[in-house]
Design a protein around this ligand. Structure first.
Ligand SMILES: C[S@@+](CC[C@H](N)C(=O)[O-])C[C@H]1O[C@@H](n2cnc3c(N)ncnc32)[C@H](O)[C@@H]1O
Length: 205
C-alpha cells in the first residue's frame, strides 16, 4: 500500500489524490465509462478497468490517450462479479461510479472487490439509489418502482434499475470500516430527477 486518504466524498478523494502527486503508482481498479474519472486520478496511477460492455472499449481507448500520466491497461471485458483474472490483494483502490444500479449480483461483486483489494485498501463508491425519504418524496419512489418493475427504465438505460440501495450489503460485506452518506445529487434535468437520490462513501478492507 502506498497512500489513500479516507473520505466520504468521491470528488474530494480524487482532488486529494491530485494534490498528492508525488505519492503515486497506486494501482486502481475501476469501471470508468468512458474515462470520465481519469482527470481525477493521480499521476502514475496504474489502472485496471473492468466492464462487461465490449462497445466500451473504443470510448475507453480514445479517452485514455488524453491521460498519458495514467497507466491504464487493456480493458478487461467482464463483469465485476466475474473478475477472477484480477489477482487477489493486488489493488490499492477500487472505484465504482454508477455501476451497481445495473449489476446482477451485488453481494458477489462486493466479495470480488474485497478479494482484489490489498489489506487496508479502499473501495470508493458513488451510486444512484432508490428514494430514501419516502415522506417527502414518495411520488419519486413510486415512479422509480413502476419504471423498474415494468422494465421500461432498464430497457431504455441498459439494464439500469432505479430501485436499488447497496448500503446494507456494503456494510455486511466484511469491510473493516464503512463511511457512507445518502444525499441528493445536484441534477436539474427533469427526467433525471429519478436518479437524484445517491449514495457515496468509502469502505476499507
Ligand atoms: C451508467 S454506466 C456508468 C459508467 C461510469 N462508471 C460512469 O460513472 O460514468 C454503467 C456501467 O456499468 C457497467 N456494468 C454493468 N453491469 C456491470 C457489472 N456486473 N460489472 C461491472 N460493470 C458493469 C456497464 O457496462 C456500464 O459501463
Amino acid at each position: 500500500m502506498k497512500n489513500t486518504t479516507a473520505t466520504t466524498s468521491i470528488t474530494f478523494i480524487f482532488l486529494q489524490h491530485k494534490r498528492k502527486k508525488k505519492k503515486s503508482h497506486n494501482k486502481h481498479s475501476s469501471n470508468s465509462f468512458p474515462g470520465v474519472n481519469f482527470a481525477y486520478y493521480p499521476d502514475g496511477t496504474r489502472l485496471v478497468v473492468v466492464d462487461p460492455n465490449p462497445h466500451f472499449k473504443s470510448y475507453y481507448n480514445e479517452n485514455r490517450k488524453k491521460f498519458p500520466n495514467i497507466h491504464s491497461e487493456e480493458i478487461i471485458v467482464t463483469t465485476g462479479e466475474e473478475m477472477d483474472m484480477v489477482q487477489s490483494n493486488s489493488v490499492d483502490v477500487v472505484v465504482s461510479t454508477l455501476v451497481f444500479c445495473s449489476v446482477e449480483n451485488q453481494k458477489k461483486i462486493l466479495q470480488q472487490i474485497l478479494r482484489v483489494l490489498a489489506p487496508g485498501g479502499k473501495f470508493y463508491f458513488y451510486e444512484h439509489i432508490s428514494e430514501f425519504d419516502i415522506e417527502r418524496h414518495g411520488t419519486r419512489r413510486r415512479i422509480q418502482e413502476f419504471l423498474t418493475a415494468t422494465g421500461i427504465w432498464p430497457f431504455i438505460f441498459d439494464n439500469c434499475m432505479l430501485n436499488k440501495d447497496m448500503l446494507a450489503d456494503i456494510q455486511q460485506a466484511g469491510f473493516s470500516k464503512v463511511q457512507a452518506q445518502r444525499f441528493y445529487s445536484p441534477i436539474d434535468h427533469f427526467v433525471f430527477q429519478l436518479v437524484k437520490p445517491s449514495l457515496k462513501g468509502v469502505a476499507e478492507k
